[in-house]
Design a protein around this ligand. Structure first.
Ligand SMILES: Cc1cc2nc3c(=O)[nH]c(=O)nc-3n(C[C@H](O)[C@H](O)[C@H](O)COP(=O)(O)O)c2cc1C
Length: 311
């Protein structure tokens, strides 16, 4: 059990926020195999407020898709509050996370996401604004630095987040510059943990039970986020090695959830289905041969026919 602000959550192992991946279908499969806490995909505050048709399926949920947290991306305190209120009129997450970790160029240009690691003043204002005006806990997802890890800098950011009202910190142990590759810096996550009193979650290379334990042992963190380690491997959460049949059954279930729940154009849906097949394929000996065939599929039926031939 872990306490994030006023919320008690009965696990400290969360499925990470994964834009474009951890949608309702992914989360349902993960939950069926033991995930007890998930995040919606990140929501862009501007899209939520100003787009005529913000992507409805990002906040799509299901009675089995709880408990859950939401994550907002944005740079302006006032607009973030407005967007948060809009979001909370649509769904009821346990807490709301602010993204200060996304390294995408278009995000950095808008002075949000990992940009906050370079210039954090608006991040603190957002935390203050949201925690003063909303009743649910506000948390922050950070990286360990912008171009490099400077212990004083990240400790100062973490302390100021806490001072501004953050109820927990999720720390991806890489810099913005490293994006998703290179070594995870456990020492940096430990520095955040040692210098704050709110829960700190470690993220980065949680790809096996051993690496999950390493994150706890080396950083003293209170919890972990499972990200790429769960893509095509929802068994991470029940610590089980599935049989080939279980793999295929689960992949087929994942595909049927996408078919049923995804509210996107047919071509986008097809792309997501192909992506899901690729994740699960990794473990099959004849993956290479199937990768090309799946890529060439022009319909859901063709994907299904192709999957039925995988052994
Ligand atoms: C495809 C993808 C999408 C991601 N989307 C988000 C996101 O929307 N918000 C966020 O805070 N982190 C996001 N992340 C970062 C992960 O939550 C996690 O911190 C990171 O992948 C490090 O963990 P790993 O090395 O175990 O994958 C994303 C990562 C990947 C690979």
């Amino acid at each position: 059990m872990i306490k994030i602000g006023s919320q008690k959550i009965d696990t400290n192992i969360f499925l990470a926020p994964l834009a474009g991946c951890a949608d309702l279908s992914f989360r349902l499969v993960a939950r069926e195999l033991g995930a007890r806490f998930c995040f919606y995909e990140m929501v862009d505050s501007n899209a939520l407020l100003y787009q005529k048709e913000p992507r409805r399926d990002i906040l799509k949920t299901h009675p089995k898709d709880h408990p859950i947290a939401a994550q907002l991306l944005g740079s302006e305190p006032e607009r973030m509050l407005e967007a948060a209120k809009r979001l909370l009129s649509l769904v009821t997450p346990e807490f709301l996370d602010i993204n200060a970790a996304c390294p995408a160029k278009k995000v950095l240009k808008k002075r949000c996401g990992a940009y906050f690691l370079k210039e954090p003043s608006n991040l603190y204002k957002i935390i203050e604004k949201l925690s003063a005006n909303l009743t649910l806990p506000i948390t922050v997802k950070l990286r360990i630095g912008y171009n490099l890890f400077d212990p004083d800098h990240i400790i100062s950011i973490a302390k100021n987040c806490q001072k501004s009202g953050a109820a927990a910190l999720f720390v991806h142990g890489r810099t913005m510059k490293q994006r998703y590759s290179g070594k995870v810096n456990y020492e940096a996550i430990k520095a955040v943990k040692d210098n704050t009193t709110i829960p700190v979650f470690g993220s980065g290379d949680i790809l096996s039970q051993e690496l999950a334990q390493k994150m706890f042992d080396q950083t003293g963190c209170d919890g972990i986020l499972v990200a790429r380690g769960a893509m095509g491997n929802p068994w991470f959460f029940c610590n089980k090695k599935p049989s080939i049949k279980e793999r295929l059954d689960t992949l087929n279930r994942h595909l049927s959830y996408l078919e049923k729940y995804k509210e996107t154009r047919a071509t986008a849906k097809l792309g997501l289905m192909k992506k899901a097949v690729m994740w699960y394929l990794k473990e099959f000996a004849n993956a290479h041969e199937f990768r090309n065939r799946i890529n060439g599929c022009k319909s859901i039926e063709e994907i299904r026919a192709c999957v039925s031939k995988i052994i």
